[in-house]
Write a protein that binds this ligand. Structure first.
Ligand code: DGT
Ligand code: CA
Ligand code: CA
Ligand code: ZN
Length: 582
């Protein structure tokens, strides 16, 4: 079992324990374990195979939980979880997955009104029975009703790109171990969409025996829960706790055309086929044909070239104008992960991060960065022990000391500044004036009214000391929709003042969404790619931020932290020269 599935199981265990009225510390142990499992950089499956004793070295994982991880990795579940799950009606777990319904509320609905499924809940709302409950006001019932409708409408489950990546990487490694097979992932995963419904894997092999072997090897993958379909050159399976995977085997001379077809997007394919038709050609997953003759097919490059197009990076294949650019040889030279020279959004254990300042610096250096901004929360974020002026200055003094010792690396004195109710900022101007970099974010009190949120963000963007707006839409994929916002107005404020917009690569944020980033870029806004790391391992999420940037068509020069520190300082809105110690 892959880490995201193990983590989901442990989270579900925590939910079930809460429903069961278990002691808080037991619930917390599983919750913590789930988070730790999500944050481990490498598959626990491999650790269990090689050295299971090491599991107890993970933070908060004792012998007992280690045993459960081991049991889950080998059997796909653990006994305590199975038993507890059997205690409750299955519909209760569906209730838990509805936005806005945590275990506490589900327990209340179950205990007091005997509601055990989304259907029960729907009926109870219709009968007006919910308003009698403590804590369920008119407004929250309305919200719940909206979420119920949405949960019914979206039957398709989508996986976060970062989770899909774990399943894809493991499977590609397994298939690729067979040297004769050339294996690639296609579909939305290759296009680096923020979420992925299923994985599409393409194998190039000589027809006949080799193709058959590829399918056989695929359906024997140990992580498979169920084989859904199997033929000579294709198969579909579902992975344990994970996505469906479609496999296609094609011959080497079709490989490029097939890769294009299965990479999509569907709309991109449709536009390409029109171009082919206009040239009296026929494009399919088997190749590009003039009559019966294949004129291209072995590589993507040759197919695009025969269509009169430059090769188009997969991230751009969304039919948003990339084909016209490819025809004019005017595709942007997309920013890459290698271009990124520093991290500008990271937390430490001074607030809600897990690692110390030194550990975060160490992590950033290991990635080859030249600078790191420590952006802990400001005081409004009481839950995370946000920093007030005094504690912030203490941290900055520590940073000065650290910088005096560091060679070839700079820690920036920064803050993730909360945007308060009417756009006021959470710290006084004289403090902000001393910061090297300020990212302002909205965490509390997002309104149903577009004008309120817009005013708050615009006011912050116009402020002379705010360099960037953090996670601008506030979305949490699958959990919280973006708040209503007049994005054009925010863009206008950023254009006026040079305020950057963040592309937050934290896997469940992926905020800005790529299409909004593209729209802002068209008007001249610049960006920062960041991870919002709350642990050292989170710093690795930069590749997802870069994926957003690439999908938005951004070049190196449009991303502020794709340049040197000197360049960054020159371009930042508040250009106060850097003052080292004292
Ligand atoms: P998703 O929903 O995250 O899995 O997104 P995709 O893009 O991976 O969609 P999927 O798995 O249904 O199909 C993979 C690719 O196959 C898709 O990007 C384009 C191609 N494809 C699938 N169905 C069609 C179709 O009906 N027409 C064309 N032209 N292409 C298709
Ligand atoms: Ca797919
Ligand atoms: Ca598919
Ligand atoms: Zn934040």
């Amino acid at each position: 079992m892959e880490n995201p599935a193990i983590a989901a199981l442990f989270d579900e265990m925590a939910d079930l324990l809460e429903l069961d009225g278990a002691l808080v510390f037991r619930v917390r142990a599983y919750r913590n374990a789930a988070r730790v499992i999500r944050d481990v950089g490498s598959p626990l499956r491999e650790l269990v195979e090689t050295d299971p004793k090491q599991l107890t070295e993970l933070p908060g994982i004792g012998k007992d939980l280690a045993g459960k991880i081991q049991e889950t990795v080998t059997t796909g579940d653990f006994a305590d979880h199975r038993d507890l799950r059997a205690k409750f009606p299955p519909g209760l777990l569906e209730l838990l997955r509805i936005q806005g319904l945590g275990p506490k509320r589900v327990k209340q609905l179950y205990d007091e009104l005997h509601l055990a499924s989304p259907d029960d809940l729907r009926a109870a709302i219709a009968q007006g029975r919910l308003v009698e409950l403590r804590g369920f006001g008119q407004r929250s019932v309305e919200k719940l009703q909206e979420q119920l409708e949405k949960a019914g409408a979206t039957a398709e489950r989508r996986f976060l790109l970062a989770d899909a990546e774990q399943w894809a990487t493991a499977l590609l490694k397994y298939l690729g171990a067979e040297k004769r097979l050339r294996v690639e992932a296609a579909g939305s995963y290759r296009r680096r969409r923020e979420t992925v419904a299923d994985l599409d894997i393409l194998v190039a092999a000589e027809p006949g025996e080799a193709a058959g072997d590829a399918v056989t090897r695929f359906v024997r993958y140990p992580e498979i829960q169920e084989v859904l379909a199997q033929g000579e050159t294709k198969a579909s399976v579902r992975l344990r706790g994970g996505p469906q995977v479609d496999l296609r085997v094609v011959s080497p001379e079709e490989h490029g055309a097939a890769l294009m077809y299965f990479t999509g997007s569907k709309q991109h394919n449709i536009e390409l086929r029109k171009i082919a038709q206009a040239k009296d050609l026929k494009l399919s997953e088997y190749g590009l044909f003039r009559g019966e003759r294949r004129v291209a097919g072995a590589t993507e490059e040759e197919v695009y070239a025969e269509l009169g197009l430059d090769w188009i990076p997969p991230e751009l294949r969304e039919a948003r104008g990339e084909i016209e650019l490819a025809a004019r040889h005017a595709l942007p030279d997309l920013v890459t992960l290698d271009h990124i020279q520093g991290e500008l959004h990271a937390h430490t254990n001074a607030t809600d991060g897990k690692a110390s300042l030194e550990e975060m610096v160490d992590g950033a250096r290991k990635l080859g960065y030249r600078y790191l901004a420590i952006t802990d929360h400001s005081k409004r974020v009481t839950m995370a022990l946000g920093l007030d002026e005094r504690r912030l200055r203490e941290q900055w003094a520590q940073i000065d000391e650290l910088n005096a010792r560091l060679d070839g690396f700079t820690v920036l004195k920064s803050i993730e500044l909360d945007i308060l109710d009417h756009g006021e900022l959470d710290l006084p101007d004289d403090v902000l004036a001393e910061a090297d970099y300020v990212v302002a974010s909205l965490h509390y009190g997002a309104s149903k009214r577009e004008a309120d949120n817009t005013k708050r963000l615009v006011t912050a963007a116009l402020h002379p000391h705010v360099d960037a707006i953090g996670h601008p839409t506030g979305q949490l994929l699958g959990r919280r929709d973006p708040y209503p916002l007049d994005f054009d107005e925010l863009v206008a404020a950023c254009v006026d003042t040079g305020c950057l917009l963040e592309l937050n690569g934290s896997p469940e944020r992926m905020d800005l969404p790529d299409h909004l980033a593209a729209a802002a870029a068209a008007r001249g806004v610049r960006f920062v790619c960041s991870t919002d790391a709350h642990a050292v391992s989170h710093l690795d999420a930069m590749r997802y931020a870069v994926s957003i940037a690439r999908r938005a068509g951004l070049t190196k020069s449009q991303v502020a932290n794709a340049g040197s520190l000197a360049q960054l300082r020159k371009e930042l809105k508040h250009r106060s020269p850097y003052r080292p110690t004292q």
